[in-house]
Design a protein around this ligand. Structure first.
Ligand SMILES: Nc1ncnc2c1ncn2[C@@H]1O[C@H](COP(=O)(O)OP(=O)(O)OP(=O)(O)O)[C@@H](O)[C@H]1O
Ligand SMILES: [Mg+2]
Length: 256
C-alpha cells in the first residue's frame, strides 16, 4: 500500500512536461537578409494545461507554434516533447511524432474540399492504422456537436462547423497535445465561443493539454495561463485566476 503510494507520488514527480523548450531561436534567410523570428524563447507546459499565446503581428507566434507542433525546426535551442528530444529528429521522424502526439488546428481550417466531415476525421485514423475508424470518427464528430453534419462537405458547413470538423480530425487519434494557431481568427463571436467551449471541455473533462494563439483578449481570457510574445521574445507569462467559462458542464456536449 505504502509502496504503491510512494510510487504514485514518484511517478507524478518524474512525469515530464508535455513541452520543455529551451532558448529556441529561429532565423529565416531571405536572400542576404536574416530575419530573427524567435530570439531565445524558453517555455514549459505541463500536462493538462490550457494556455493562450498573444502578441503583435510578426512577433513570432506562428513560428513558435510550428516548431512546437514539429512542423518546422528551430535554428538553435532544445525542444523536448513528452520528455523526448525532438530538436534533432529528421523530417520522417518528426512527422511520425506529429501524427502520434500532436493535433494541429489552423486558422483557415485546412479541410480537404471534396471530403465529407466523416472522411476528414477518418483520414488520420487511417494513417495511424487504427481499427474501427468509422465508429471512432462518428463518436468524435458527435463529441464536437456535429452528429447531424457527418455527410457534409466543407462548402456545406459554416465556418464554426468547419473548425469543429478540424478539431475532430485533430483529436481523432487521441493525441495528448492540441496546438492551434488563431483557431477563432476567421470566426464570429458566437462561433469563437463554441470553439472555446470545446477546448475547455477537452481540457477540463479529458485532460488534454492545449496551447493556442489568439489576437483577442476576450478569447485569451478563457485560459488560466496567458503568454505574450514580443519581437521574438517571451515578454510575459501570466496566471489568470478567473478564466471565462464558455460552457456549462451540464450542457452535455450540444452546441446546436
Ligand atoms: N518562411 C519565412 N521566411 C522568412 N521570414 C519569415 C517566414 N515566416 C515568418 N517570417 C518572419 O518571421 C517573423 C515572425 O513571423 P510569424 O509568422 O511567426 O509572426 P506571428 O506572430 O505569427 O504574426 P501574425 O500575428 O501576423 O500571424 C516575421 O517578421 C515574419 O515576417
Ligand atoms: Mg501567425
Amino acid at each position: 500500500m505504502v509502496a504503491e503510494l510512494v510510487s504514485g507520488v514518484l511517478e507524478g514527480l518524474v512525469k515530464s512536461p508535455v513541452i520543455a523548450a529551451r532558448d529556441l531561436s529561429k532565423v529565416y534567410r531571405m536572400g542576404s537578409v536574416l530575419v530573427h523570428a524567435l530570439r531565445g524563447v524558453s517555455l514549459t507546459v505541463e500536462h493538462g494545461e490550457l494556455v493562450s499565446i498573444m502578441g503583435p503581428s510578426g512577433s513570432g507566434k506562428s513560428t513558435l507554434m510550428n516548431i512546437l507542433g514539429c512542423l518546422d525546426q528551430a535554428t538553435s535551442g532544445e525542444y523536448y516533447l513528452d520528455g523526448s528530444e525532438v530538436s534533432r529528429l529528421n523530417d520522417d521522424q518528426l512527422s511520425a511524432v506529429r501524427a502520434r502526439k500532436i493535433g494541429f488546428v489552423f486558422q483557415g481550417f485546412n479541410l480537404l474540399p471534396r471530403m465529407t466531415a466523416l472522411e476528414q476525421v477518418e483520414l488520420p485514423l487511417a494513417y495511424a492504422g487504427l481499427p474501427n475508424r468509422r465508429q471512432r470518427a462518428l463518436q468524435v464528430l458527435e463529441w464536437v456537436g456535429l452528429a447531424d453534419r457527418v455527410s457534409h462537405r466543407p462548402t456545406e458547413l459554416s465556418g464554426g462547423q468547419q473548425q469543429r470538423v478540424a478539431i475532430a480530425r485533430a483529436i481523432a487519434v487521441g493525441p495528448g497535445l492540441i496546438l492551434a494557431d488563431e483557431p477563432t481568427g476567421n470566426l464570429d463571436t458566437r462561433a469563437s465561443e463554441e470553439i472555446m467551449a470545446i477546448f475547455q471541455r477537452l481540457n477540463y473533462e479529458l485532460g488534454m493539454t492545449i496551447v493556442f494563439v489568439t489576437h483577442e483578449p476576450d478569447i485569451a481570457a478563457h485560459t488560466r495561463r496567458i503568454i505574450h510574445l514580443r519581437d521574438g521574445e517571451l515578454s510575459s507569462d501570466e496566471r489568470n485566476l478567473a478564466p471565462r467559462l464558455a460552457y456549462r458542464p451540464s450542457d452535455n456536449g450540444r452546441y446546436a
